[in-house]
Design a protein around this ligand. Structure first.
Ligand SMILES: [Zn+2]
Length: 59
């Protein structure tokens, strides 16, 4: 049975604002951390902002 994390962390491309899902990284203690994509699929930008920060930034 595949374990799918419930809350996928999302990253927003700082160049074009396309949202990407993070890659779950399994930790030794059974939790997950999230790795941002290596590059944006839309503009090939390499800078991402975590969704929660992006929302705050745009309030
Ligand atoms: Zn982009």
């Amino acid at each position: 049975m595949a374990h799918v994390p419930e809350n996928v962390k999302q990253f927003v491309c700082s160049s074009c604002n396309v949202v990407h899902a993070g890659t779950p990284i399994h930790q030794a203690d059974g939790t997950h951390s999230w790795e941002e994509p290596p590059a944006c699929g839309a503009c090939e930008g390499e800078e991402f902002v975590p969704m929660e920060q992006w929302i705050r930034h745009h309030e």
